[in-house]
Structure formats: structure tokens, C-alpha cells
Design a protein around this ligand. Structure first.
Ligand code: NAD
Length: 346
């Protein structure tokens, strides 16, 4: 029972494509059992948006986020190499969601790696994801040459670096490693590195500044991930390295993300719509549940986020209820019910 004085927080809910419905529904049930006072406004995007509105990002969905300034989003399908531009990228641009926060933590001991606790901060609106691409035709080949450009601005680099260092200070983090490819992409990622160094100087004595070239960083994350604490990087590198980091802690089912910006914040799983699992009822809902915990923290409900994380921990490690990707046998539904059971028995 909620205290009557508790403020209800309106949240746009985007059920998404593929396995989305299978993980979004149990997530909502868990949040209800937790007593989180969210008022959901469900709206479509992705393939579901195309089917109903002819648009993967329909106007009513955008209007709702503009109103609530907060969303929980299931994964959206983006057709490869054609069709339409990613709704995820468009959402990040539309709402200026410049900071993508992707933590990776071990929740189950005894996996490939122990004691992983990393946070990746990815610039979310610039770099090679701006979509400046075109073909040059030669002879009878209309796609003889493909050209793509990246864009990084000093102001964009500065605000993401400031976000990362402020995050470090506020969350007791000791080190930020700036990941770049400034030896080859001298202008594009050189500007990112130069700006991050400038920002880092202001935090000297509080947060250590470190830097790494992206290819070396990928190898070192596999060989010795404990040398890292936070990673600050550009859009494309952040996308790739955060999947690598998810692999360190059990896979994409364990990887949540927050897209934080000027005009809104959108929380989601790092993973996609997993068409190979869709309809089977076996997907791991943890990434979206952990994203919900991040959303609770974002709205100032650290108490509820802590309870949710504790219930997840006890379900995984005391009840040993786990989905298949984590070596268990539980269906999505059974796993969510086990978490709800834990919340109710607290
Ligand atoms: P994916 O993340 O959907 O799947 C990659 C692998 O991880 C698959 O083997 C899948 O079974 C597994 N996996 C993913 N989520 C899981 C879960 N919750 N539990 C257990 N296993 C899980 O990546 P993909 O197959 O490359 O992409 C599918 C679609 O999703 C594409 O259209 C892509 O554009 C889209 N996508 C969307 C987002 C998003 O909405 N944020 C992110 C990434 C990809």
C-alpha cells in the first residue's frame, strides 16, 4: 500500500519489438510489487509504430515523452542496411540524450570473471552515428563508393566529459579512462581526447584521468578488466565496448542503460529485440529490471532501487532461480515471479 502523499511519477512506456513485450510486462509487475508509484503511458515505436502509424517513432510517442520527460523503453528492431533510421538514434537526437550510462556488474559469483564493477559513459548524439552517409555512383553501379562522416563538437565533447567526471565524483569512482582512436581519426576523436583531458584537469586530485586507444582497450578489458573503473568514449566505440563489458558479466541479459539528456531521460536494456528468442518466453528480463533500478535512482527513489537490487540478488543467489542465459532453467515469467515473491516476503 502506498502512502497517500507519495508523488506519482508519469512515465512513457514503449513496449518495443521482438522479446520486448515478454520482458516489459514482467518488469511492470515487479515494479508494481515494489510499490513504485509510476503512472505508465504506453506508446508504440519501432516495427509496432510502423504497423500502426507508418512511422517507427510516431508523434503520440514523442508527445508523451515531451510531457513526462521520462521513459522506459523495450528494445526496438531496426532493419539492417535499409528500411528506416534507428528509432533509438532518433530518440537520442530528439530529446538531446547526450549521455549514455552503461554499468556492468557481476551479480552471480563463479562466472568467467569475478568482481567486475565498471561504468561506461558513451557520448550518445555525435560521432559516427550522426547518419551523414551517401553513395557515389560510378558507371552503372549506383553504389560504387560509400561515404560516411562523423561529427564531434567541442561543446558536445565537453558536456559528456563533464558528465563522466561529475558522475565519478558523485558515485565514489576513482578513475576515468578516455577511450579514443586519435592516432588515426585525428580530428574526430582527437578533439574528444583533447577536450576530455582539459575537463579532467579540473578534477585532479579527486578523479584520476587515464587514456587508452580503443583497440588496446578492447584487449585489456578481456585480459585485465579490473584495471578500469569508468570508461568515457565516443558513440560507436561506446556501443561496441559496452557489449564487450556485458560479456564480462554474463551477457546482454545483464546490461542496463540510461540515456540522460537535457530534455528527458530514457531507460532501456543494452540488448536488442533478440528475434531468435522472441515468442519463446525465455528471455532474461534482468537488463530491463536493472534499467528500472537506474530509473528509480534517477527520480530520487534510491530506497526502492536498493530493495529491487536486493530482491534480484537473493533470487539469483539464494533461490538460485535463473534464466537459461545464466545457466538456469527458469522462464522469463517464473524468474519475474520469483523476484516478486522475494519482494513480498521482505
Ligand atoms: P540482440 O541484442 O537482440 O541479440 C544478441 C544476442 O543476445 C542474441 O543471441 C540474443 O538471443 C541474446 N540476447 C539479447 N537479449 C537477451 C535477453 N534479454 N536474454 C537472453 N539473451 C538475450 O542483437 P541483434 O540480434 O544484433 O539485434 C536484433 C535487433 O535489435 C536489430 O533490429 C537491432 O537493430 C535491434 N537493437 C535494438 C536495440 C535497442 O532498442 N536499444 C539495441 C541493440 C539492437
Amino acid at each position: 500500500m502506498q502512502p497517500t502523499t507519495e508523488k506519482v511519477v508519469p512515465v512513457t512506456l514503449i513496449p518495443g519489438d521482438g522479446i520486448s513485450a515478454e520482458i516489459v510486462e514482467p518488469t511492470i509487475k515487479v515494479l508494481e510489487a515494489l510499490g513504485a508509484a509510476f503512472a505508465w503511458e504506453a506508446h508504440k515505436a519501432g516495427m509496432a509504430g510502423v504497423d500502426e502509424f507508418g512511422d517507427p517513432l510516431p508523434q503520440p510517442t514523442l508527445d508523451s515523452i515531451r510531457r513526462t520527460r521520462l521513459a522506459l523503453k523495450g528494445p526496438l528492431t531496426t532493419p539492417v542496411g535499409g528500411g528506416y533510421r534507428s528509432s533509438n538514434v532518433r530518440l537520442r537526437e530528439t530529446f538531446n540524450l547526450y549521455a549514455n550510462i552503461r554499468p556492468a556488474r557481476n551479480l552471480i559469483p563463479g562466472g568467467r570473471y569475478e568482481n567486475i564493477d565498471l561504468v561506461l559513459v558513451r557520448e550518445n548524439t555525435e560521432g559516427l552515428y550522426v547518419g551523414f552517409e551517401h553513395y557515389i555512383p560510378i558507371g552503372d553501379d549506383p553504389r560504387a563508393v560509400a561515404i560516411g562522416s562523423g561529427v564531434n563538437t567541442r561543446s558536445g565533447c565537453r558536456r559528456i566529459a563533464e558528465y563522466a567526471f561529475e558522475y565519478a565524483v558523485n558515485n565514489g569512482r576513482r578513475k576515468v579512462t578516455v577511450v579514443h582512436k586519435a592516432n588515426i581519426l585525428e580530428a574526430l576523436t582527437g578533439l574528444f581526447l583533447e577536450t576530455a583531458r582539459d575537463v579532467g584537469k579540473r578534477y585532479e586530485g579527486r578523479v584520476q584521468l587515464d587514456e587508452r586507444i580503443v583497440d588496446a582497450c578492447a584487449m585489456q578489458l578481456v585480459l585485465d578488466p579490473w584495471q578500469f573503473d569508468m570508461i568515457l568514449t565516443t558513440n560507436l566505440f561506446g556501443d561496441i565496448l559496452s557489449d564487450l563489458m556485458a560479456g564480462l558479466v554474463g551477457g546482454l541479459g545483464m546490461a542496463p542503460a540510461g540515456n540522460i539528456g537535457v530534455d528527458a531521460a530514457i531507460f532501456e536494456a543494452v540488448h536488442g529485440s533478440a528475434p531468435d528468442l522472441a515468442g519463446k518466453g525465455v528471455a532474461n528480463p534482468l537488463a530491463l529490471l536493472l534499467a528500472s533500478a537506474m530509473m528509480l535512482e534517477h527520480v530520487g527513489r534510491q530506497d526502492l532501487a536498493r530493495r529491487l537490487r536486493e530482491a534480484i540478488d537473493r533470487t539469483l543467489n539464494e533461490d538460485k532461480v535463473r534464466t537459461r542465459d545464466l545457466g538456469g532453467t527458469a522462464s522469463t515469467e517464473r524468474f519475474a515471479q520469483a523476484i516478486i515473491g522475494r519482494l513480498k516476503s521482505d
